[in-house]
Design a protein around this ligand. Structure first.
Ligand code: XMP
Length: 589
């Protein structure tokens, strides 16, 4: 069997942290293939690894049920690096002591490093690092020495050079630790002796050979969303087997951004001729959403409609019979159930795996050419395939599309003046602790960076609010705005599409696009007669969507954007979301 990945030299043990995939990605950036496995993977299964990295995680090592690991890993001959929780787990399992912390340490810190350690080759004695922890190591296990200290954390790094076991309390994998990548490089090459074995570029031939092998004599059918993963997977299969044997369909839900359907058609039709088709299901989707206000009901209806439409497409093309298998753009992180991702599903229902294709999955008639790769690597493959940058570099876009960015209302309700600001009679989803909230937003009269710092505190203090926005501009005084009963209809969808297109164009032209991870544009039914809707701008930075930080744009850019948005017919005001995630979610619904 053709293999599209080498035997791993490096395994990252996932202790439930949002950072475990980031660690593996960073190792791969060094040119060494790395995989992620559950923290409690038996040492025997890891035999032959040169390096093991134990990730951070949200738990405390003393909590019942917190992630643990096989202590035999420490004597397996592999070099081991524990990061944050990984350091604490290592300490506890090897006989050191971890102290439960009351108040954590989060953010930038300066660490004093002991010179001469292989792990810190090429670093200064004092370096900036990123900390995010509550508990800390109180005493190191026998054989270890302390090799890093900060003012607040006396054991910020420890090591036992003879056994090649190391631990750091800070996070070398994040960009906020400027020399972090050098530390990982020192560990992977200097300490563990790994050799370079990974470059996702130059693999097209191998990937195509593997596709031909898995498909055998069978043909492949794809639902293409226009997103990076399914587009790259579909294109790879087209190259491997040709358009007669690889058919694709794109479902136009009517909930897409401006120009999206034409763009996708324009990319794939020349490659595949009439074996790629656009299925116009917009009236099905928009019709089913009449009268629906609740975000979760919207998601449910859209999910069900996808199932119905996909089933229809599969049945009419007879793709469920005979010699067809289903192609999917599943990528590496999708294949690993980590603490972080499973929790995300409780906040909002995602519907990536629909029941209509279950038959094919059950019968193992499925092909997923990208399961070894991270998103950045998929983009690199896409570039080699010649797919347009506009398709590869786009921000993530939710499956339910504009439906969850077009807020609806079933009542006419005015804003209410409060001590802290103006209470808007529109609700949005938030997340506090691990729970979902669905509450009103509070509006301030202006947009300021200072307000971002205060927003979380305001949300904590004001019980019926989970978001704070600032007014960027309006045709009418804030105090005069009210909701009107309305749902998803073609006129409001068009309004949102125009607003979204304006924002996207200005972002691309100004370069602001590069400063954000995602930039949802929301339309809420808030305004005055003749101008019943308002726009909310939601630019954020994030690593993986699990948490997110507000990005405040410069004033001249915001002024230009606001002026253009206020010129859209029906738009009354423009707001700027000032709430990080948590307590807000990235999308409003
Ligand atoms: P939230 O709003 O939960 O979003 O902070 C986190 C990330 O997930 C995306 N998102 C979705 N993606 N189906 C999807 O495929 C959904 O129902 C959905 N809801 C949110 C969101 O765009 C962000 O990137």
């Amino acid at each position: 069997m053709t293999e599209d990945r080498p035997l791993p030299q490096v395994t990252v043990l996932d202790a439930g942290g949002q950072y475990c995939h980031l660690i593996a990605r960073r190792v791969r950036e060094l040119g060494v293939y790395a995989e992620v496995k559950p923290s409690d993977t038996p040492a025997a299964e890891l035999a032959g690894r040169k390096a093991i990295i134990i990730s951070g995680g949200p738990s405390s090592v003393y909590e019942a049920g917190s992630p643990s690991m096989d202590a035999a890993v420490f004597g397996s001959g592999a070099a081991v690096l524990g990061i944050c929780y990984g350091l604490q787990l290592m300490t506890r399992l090897m006989g050191g002591h971890v102290q439960k912390g009351e108040k954590g340490e989060y953010g930038h810190s300066r660490v004093n490093l002991t010179a001469g350690h292989a792990l810190f080759e090429g670093l200064e004695e004092r370096e900036q690092v990123w900390m995010s922890h509550r508990d800390r190591v109180e005493s190191v296990p026998e054989g270890f020495s302390v090799i890093g200290r900060t003012d607040t954390c006396p054991i910020a790094a420890m090591g036992d050079a003879s056994r090649r076991l190391y631990g750091v309390q800070f996070h070398p994998e994040v960009v906020h630790t400027p020399k972090g990548q050098r530390i990982l490089e020192n560990f992977i090459f200097g300490v563990a002796g790994c050799v370079r074995d990974w470059d996702p570029r130059g693999r097209l031939g191998l990937l195509e050979a593997k596709i031909r092998e898995v498909a055998g004599g069978r043909n492949i059918f794809f639902f293409v969303s226009g997103g990076v993963d399914s587009s790259v997977a579909y294109t790879l299969c087209l190259r491997a087997l040709g358009p007669d044997r690889v058919h694709g369909a794109y479902v136009d839900t009517g909930l897409m951004r401006e120009g999206e359907t034409d763009f996708v058609r324009g990319v794939f039709t020349p490659m595949s001729g009439d074996t790629f088709r656009v299925v116009d299901a917009s009236s099905d989707f928009v019709g089913a959403l009449q009268g629906v206000v609740d975000p979760e009901r919207k998601r449910h209806i859209i999910g069900e409609m996808f199932v119905a439409v996909q089933d229809r497409v599969l049945a009419t093309g007879a793709y469920t019979d005979g010699d067809w298998i289903l192609g999917q753009g599943t990528i590496y992180p999708d294949t690993i159930e980590s603490g972080g991702t499973s929790k995300a599903d409780l906040i909002k229902t995602h519907h990536n795996r629909v029941a209509g294709i279950q038959k094919l999955i059950d019968e193992n008639r499925i092909i997923e050419p990208l399961t070894s790769f991270y998103k950045d690597e998929v983009r690199a493959i896409g570039r080699e395939l010649g797919l347009p940058a506009e398709m590869l570099d786009r921000h993530p876009f939710p499956g339910p599309g504009l439906a969850i960015r077009l807020l609806c209302s079933d009542e006419a309700k005015a804003v209410v003046k409060r001590e802290e600001g103006v209470l808007l009679p529109v609700r949005s989803v938030g997340v506090q602790g691990d729970s979902r909230t669905y509450r009103s937003a509070l509006a301030l009269e202006s947009v300021s960076r200072a307000a971002v710092g205060e927003a979380a505190e305001t949300v904590n203090r004001v019980a019926d609010v989970n978001r704070v926005v600032g007014l960027a501009g309006s045709h009418a005084p804030l105090a005069s705005l009210a909701t009107t009963p309305c749902w998803i209809d073609s006129q409001r969808l068009e309004r949102l599409r125009r607003a979204d297109a304006i924002v996207r164009r200005i972002c691309l032209e100004s370069g602001f696009e590069k400063k954000v991870w995602q930039f949802p544009v929301v339309v809420a039914p808030l305004g005055v007669p003749g101008r019943p809707d308002s726009v909310v701008l939601r630019p954020i930075d994030s690593m993986d969507g699990m948490t997110a930080q507000v990005v405040v744009m410069d004033e001249p850019l915001l002024r230009e954007m606001t002026a253009e948005l206020l010129a859209v017919p029906g738009i009354c005001a423009v707001f700027y979301d000032l709430t990080h995630k948590p307590p807000g979610t990235i999308e409003w619904e």
